[in-house]
Design a protein around this ligand. Structure first.
Ligand code: NAG
Ligand code: NAG
Ligand code: NAG
Ligand code: NAG
Ligand code: NAG
Ligand code: NAG
Ligand code: NAG
Length: 546
């Protein structure tokens, strides 16, 4: 029986595991926003300004006292029953599913004990224990969830030491969304793996943090890693798991003999740092390559110690304060294709590009005669960079050693996470910098590339915090004019909604029922006519029309 089950599972794995980009039910949310991180989650969620203004509290779910949900909820419609469910994953390593309509808890599982993270000295900012933090991703074809789970093995490297960082480890789990059971062959322990581009740099889960939402392209699942409150000798990394071969590849942001390395795991920035965190935003994908921002680290002041301009197509080993494009190839692992480093990060003042990410705009709308695909890069340097996705801009490639980008938009605050966009009614982008309000910019496919986006409106209310404001997420009803809504979270004011098209320079607010605060850097998640958000009390709250 046991053996037969195993054979069945293997057959299932071999034959039924298809990696086509089959669409989810149109009202589902299988990942953090959209694959490109344009922040537009489509026209199929059955919400518009009229329905949003009738929203009421539908249900809420409470969790354990120390439990935090940094990972955003996900929404999936089960093929077996047609029931829409909400999936959550927490720092206590609990995964749960709820009925999307009623809030009834369907399944719950604590995957592994989390790591008591006192040694990283940031339990107040993060959580008492560290388990799942990055937003998982649902493989909708196979109805499984991919996720990184942090746990610890108390004797693995420091015998008798229950919870030092060296005994903490990451596992890559694949669980069925319907049952929350493991897929046969998984989890994979992701530990003691040398980086392809620098074998000295051994991946050790206790020294890093899986923070950005996961990305899937075909059979390959990408995860970004950065520092855990900047402690230890970490180097930023991308880990790929190829589900078709089960191969694990590790690529580090600072690789090669010239990059820093130390065997002293406790040495601050000893591995060159340059983490990938993006305030939790997902790594962006165009269906082929992956794009993300890298935080500060060794060599962040100039490229190879020089202010000489360098093309983004030139290979560099030390990628800090850089937005990059990488690709995965089964024989070589992850490889760098293109990059951009702003010219004015000369001082390491802490205004890092690592807080933001890359928003790939809908190329059917946001395009010009000269540039096919546009991207908007956010950062905590208070500006947005509008770029050609196929030519990110290298270093000092602009006039007189300035940035080789299409347009630089100055902002009144720092951005944590990415942008929102609305590919209808001419096209708009939205940004929500700290200490100021949500802002909209209108797209004009003008011949003058430096004026593609112009200021179109601002919300009257402002974020009270410099960091923590949520990421704009945009819905519409089938793209109909007037149906666009921009949603943001605010740690104090909860969930807020605005009409997507500004009126006379203002973003017009749509009144929602009060949500009591929100998690930092958060964003709402959509189902069929309903919106889900983790509130400031740590509850999962559902709003919709009763
Ligand atoms: C949360 O749900 C409980 C019932 O489970 C209800 O009494 C309470 O009012 C709800 N809170 C909000 C903010 O809707
Ligand atoms: C950090 O220290 C550990 C333990 O000696 C070592 O295996 C690893 O390669 C180091 N990592 C970096 C990035 O320097
Ligand atoms: C930077 O230095 C490394 C190591 O010396 C070298 O391999 C690389 O070609 C240099 N890159 C640039 C852009 O000069
Ligand atoms: C992988 O990359 C190598 C080196 O760039 C190249 O020679 C090879 O053709 C690539 N393989 C695939 C399948 O793209
Ligand atoms: C570049 O610098 C020169 C000399 O300072 C100046 O005359 C010129 O206007 C600058 N060009 C631009 C595009 O800023
Ligand atoms: C393009 O737009 C910028 C910003 O509005 C302006 O400074 C510049 O003069 C324009 N260039 C041309 C050729 O119109
Ligand atoms: C915008 O301005 C026009 C003309 O002044 C006015 O008719 C309209 O009511 C204004 N709309 C809003 C939403 O304030």
């Amino acid at each position: 029986m046991e053996i037969w089950t195993r054979i069945q599972s293997l057959l299932l794995l071999a034959s039924a595991f298809l990696f086509c980009a089959t669409l989810a039910a149109p009202s589902d949310s299988p990942r953090d926003a959209d694959a490109g991180q344009s922040g537009y989650v489509g026209g199929d969620h059955n919400v518009d300004p009229a329905t949003a203004s009738q929203f009421q509290h539908l249900w809420n779910a409470s969790f354990l006292p120390d439990e935090k949900h940094w990972a955003r909820p996900l929404v999936h419609t089960l093929k077996s029953s047609g029931r829409q469910i909400v999936f959550t994953a927490s720092t206590e390593n609990y995964v749960r599913t709820f009925d999307a309509v009623t809030g009834e808890k369907i399944n719950e599982r604590q995957i592994l004990p989390p790591w008591p993270m006192g040694a990283a000295y940031c339990t107040a900012q993060v959580s008492q224990n560290l388990g799942i933090m990055g937003t998982p991703i649902i493989d909708v074809e196979n109805e499984v969830v991919y996720l990184y789970v942090k746990s610890y093995n108390e004797d693995i490297r420091i015998p008798g030491g229950a919870s030092p960082p060296l005994n903490a480890q990451y596992y890559f789990y694949v669980i069925y969304i319907e049952t929350l059971w493991d897929l046969y062959y998984f989890p994979l322990l992701i530990d003691d793996i040398p980086a392809d581009n620098d074998p000295r740099k051994i991946f050790m889960g206790g020294l890093v943090l899986q923070r950005p939402a996961l990305t899937q392209i075909g059979s390959v699942v990408y995860a970004g890693f950065g520092g855990l409150c900047d402690a230890f000798n970490y180097t930023g990394a991308i880990v790929t798991v190829d589900m078709s071969t089960k191969y694990i590849n590790v690529w580090v942001t600072q690789g090669g003999p010239a990059s820093p390395w130390t065997a002293d795991w406790s040495a601050w920035h000893g591995g060159g740092a340059a983490g990938i965190w993006q305030a939790g935003l997902g790594l962006s994908s165009d269906g082929k390559d992956v794009y993300f921002n890298i935080d500060n680290g060794a060599g962040s002041t100039e490229v190879n110690g020089s202010t000489t301009p360098v093309s983004g197509k030139t290979h560099i080993d030390g990628l800090s304060e850089t937005a990059v494009r990488v690709t995965f190839n089964q024989s070589t692992g992850v490889q760098l294709l293109d990059w951009f480093r702003p010219y004015d990060w000369q001082t390491d003042a802490g205004q890092d590009i690592g807080s933001g990410g890359v928003g790939i705009l809908d190329p059917t709308v946001f395009t010009t005669d000269a540039v096919k695909r546009l991207a908007v890069i956010t950062s905590s340097n208070p500006r947005m960079y509008v770029q050609d996705l196929d030519n990110l801009g290298g270093y000092r490639q602009g006039a007189n050693g300035t940035d080789g980008v299409l347009q630089t938009i100055p902002l009144a605050g720092e951005v944590f996470g990415g942008i929102g966009s609305y590919p209808h009614e001419g096209g708009y982008i939205y940004v929500n910098p700290g200490n100021t309000g949500l802002q909209a910019y209108k797209f004009t496919p003008s011949a003058n590339a430096s004026a593609l986006f112009s200021f179109a409106g601002k919300a009257s209310n402002s974020n009270a915090l410099w960091g923590g404001a949520g990421v704009p997420t945009v819905t519409s009803r089938n793209g109909e004019a007037g149906s666009g809504v921009v949603w943001i979270t605010d740690p104090n004011r909860g969930l807020l909604a605005y009409r997507a098209v500004p009126q006379n320079g203002s973003l017009v607010e749509i009144k929602l029922p009060k949500v009591e605060g929100a998690g930092k850097f958060s964003r709402p998640v959509f189902g069929d006519g309903r919106v889900y958000v983790i509130d400031g009390q740590g509850r999962l709250v559902a709003l919709g029309v009763k």
